[in-house]
Design a protein around this ligand. Structure first.
Ligand SMILES: NC(=O)c1ccc[n+]([C@@H]2O[C@H](COP(=O)([O-])OP(=O)(O)OC[C@H]3O[C@@H](n4cnc5c(N)ncnc54)[C@H](OP(=O)(O)O)[C@@H]3O)[C@@H](O)[C@H]2O)c1
Length: 230
């Protein structure tokens, strides 16, 4: 049994991670912006002892992240799943939307690092030593044949390179850190035309996370196991 910390656990892929992990008997500490409005998550917490806690967490807010760090003071985390994210387009070369670009950066890139910093002591006490950052193929430079989506693409590319550094910096302590692309998934973000369901994406990602070893650290891995070019 492992203990997972999952951000953005109230809907979409974060909620599905939570569902599947507690169903198989793992422990989950769930974090989301508004626990009061997270009805499905609250129902899971009421019905399963495997959902240890639901924390309020806005990953862009230093005070909110500090409160998470405090709540983990006497806890341990085996696997951190940085799932919270936002997709904005960010305008076009004649009319960039810098608020959107900054906003996606604050969440997808910087916010994720804030959570990692806050969770490091609990992760060091844990036995899993895995940091999984949910990125996107849209953050791949090598795969970008469509252009556009400046805000989202820039923020996920930044997350990718940060993850590579994490993998290098934390390797001596035995940590495995990598980025995954969950596929184009039917969630609020992916929309109804997504190619796969959250159930398929997450069951595959859980398998990838379970099997991940040092060879996977610093890699960019697709839900089906394929490697993605940086
Ligand atoms: N769906 C896809 O096709 C797809 C493809 C590639 C990558 N991804 C990535 O997969 C991850 C999950 O995506 P999804 O499809 O489940 O998206 P989603 O349905 O839009 O859910 C996004 C989640 O992130 C949370 N979030 C956003 N900003 C936050 C903040 N500042 N602090 C804390 N939580 C915040 C949201 O919370 P609220 O409910 O409070 O807004 C929500 O729980 C994201 O990182 C996304 O970029 C998704």
């Amino acid at each position: 049994m492992m203990k997972y910390l999952i951000t953005g656990a109230n809907r979409g892929l974060g909620l599905e991670f939570t569902r599947q992990l507690i169903a198989r008997g793992d422990q989950v500490i769930a974090a989301c912006r508004n626990p009061d409005k997270a009805d499905e998550l609250t129902q899971l917490a009421d019905s399963s002892e495997h959902l240890e806690a639901v924390h309020a967490l806005d990953i862009t807010d230093p005070d909110s992240v500090a409160a998470l760090a405090k709540s983990l003071e006497n806890d341990n985390v085996d696997v951190l799943i940085n799932n919270a994210g936002r997709l904005s387009r960010g305008g076009s070369p004649n009319d960039f939307d810098f608020d959107e670009i900054q906003g996606d950066f604050a969440i997808n890139a910087i916010g994720t690092l804030r959570v990692i910093e806050a969770a490091m002591p609990a992760l060091r006490r844990g036995k899993g030593k895995k940091i999984v950052n949910i990125s996107s193929k849209m953050g791949s430079i090598g795969d970008n044949s469509g252009g556009g989506s400046y805000a989202y693409r820039m923020s996920k590319a930044a997350l990718n390179i940060a993850t590579r550094s994490l993998a290098i910096d934390l390797r001596p302590e035995g940590f495995i850190a990598f980025v995954v692309h969950p596929g184009w998934v039917q969630t609020d973000m992916g929309g109804p035309n997504g190619l796969i369901t959250p159930e398929t994406s997450i069951s595959n990602l859980i398998e990838r996370i379970d099997k991940a070893d040092m060879n996977d650290s610093g890699q960019f891995i697709e839900w089906n196991g394929n490697r993605i070019p940086w």
